[in-house]
Design a protein around this ligand. Structure first.
Ligand code: SF4
Ligand code: SF4
Length: 293
């Protein structure tokens, strides 16, 4: 089972939930930080890093001696990453998504694969779980292709050691966020009942609902703001899987980089219950109850 922990906006407690779920998970697990532009799951799980490697995107390199300037490659590229102007072929590596289309279609075989470094993938262990993290190179904008490489590494790890995966997805509803959740079995939307939290939560629901995946909500800082969020969830048939109270002790633990499931037995029980309702949502276990701290 692959569980994505997502949110409509940053700062709602998404990583907090992913870290706590990892801590209470009861089987083989890979905890994955897919928030590659700003990974911070490691700050809470404090993994031992066992390996790291640079991740590269395959980009076209031109052999001018073979090129006939036919323009087939630039006609194909939807990202305007290759352009033919008269007898000039311009390649813009920063805009290339590495689809390989131009290499495959060039009738003269004038394009060959080159490499552009996107970031670093590292892996190791965090407690009883395996850990995997992608960190996009500073200034790099091409996070979806990089995330695909992180996911390929996850597939490799799960093939070697079968189990579940918890993905800490990027916040928001743009390409990286959708790319993160698209292969999941379950999507957990973490939000807070504030006006901003509720607004972006609705956007997240609109973006992810068409994927048709089992989805549920974790309300962080419950007790703040209004009840609009609850009415929305009821109207959309979106189950509230757990509530984490607005509590100073939790905020202090978070600020110190602690996993909040370790703050109190009550919070631990909340996440143990959440684990059960997630399995239930994925259709894998007995019906669970809504977890409250
Ligand atoms: S498709 Fe090949 S031959 Fe045609 S312009 Fe592009 S690189 Fe040159
Ligand atoms: S590999 Fe794909 S994205 Fe990159 S230049 Fe070629 S067609 Fe465009």
């Amino acid at each position: 089972m692959i569980v994505s922990v997502a949110s409509g906006k940053g700062g709602t407690g998404k990583t907090t939930v992913a870290a706590s779920l990892t801590t209470v998970w009861d089987g083989p697990l890979v905890a994955v930080d897919l928030d590659v532009e700003e990974p911070n799951l490691h700050l809470f799980l404090r993994p031992t890093v066992e390996g790291r490697e640079a991740a590269h995107l395959e980009i076209p390199v031109l052999d001018q001696s073979r090129c006939t300037y036919c323009g087939t490659c630039s006609d194909l590229c939807q990202f305007k990453a290759i352009s033919v102007m008269g007898k000039l072929v311009l390649i813009f590596p920063e805009m290339c998504h590495g689809c390989g289309g131009c290499l495959a279609i060039c009738p003269e075989k004038a394009l060959s694969p080159g490499q552009r470094e996107l970031g670093e993938i590292s892996w190791g262990r965090a407690g009883g779980a395996q850990f995997l993290m992608g960190r996009l190179r500073v200034g790099e904008a091409m996070s979806p292709p990089f995330m695909r490489l992180v996911k390929a590494k996850l597939d490799e790890m799960l093939a070697a050691s079968p189990g579940d995966a918890i993905l800490d997805a990027p916040p928001g509803v743009s390409c990286p966020a959708v790319n993160a959740v698209i292969d999941s079995d379950v999507i957990i939307l973490v939000t807070e009942p504030t006006p901003f939290g509720f607004h972006d939560f609705q956007l997240a629901w609109e973006a992810f609902a068409p994927l048709g995946k089992p989805m549920g909500t974790v309300v962080n800082r419950a007790g703040l703001g209004s009840k609009d969020l609850y009415g929305f969830c009821r109207d959309k048939g979106l189950p509230i899987l757990a509530e984490i109270p607005f509590d100073r002790a939790i905020a202090e633990a978070y600020a110190r980089g602690r996993v909040i499931a370790d703050v109190s037995p009550q919070l631990r029980e909340t996440f143990v219950s959440l684990r059960g309702v997630i399995r239930d949502l994925a259709g894998r276990s007995r019906p669970g109850e809504v977890a409250h701290a």
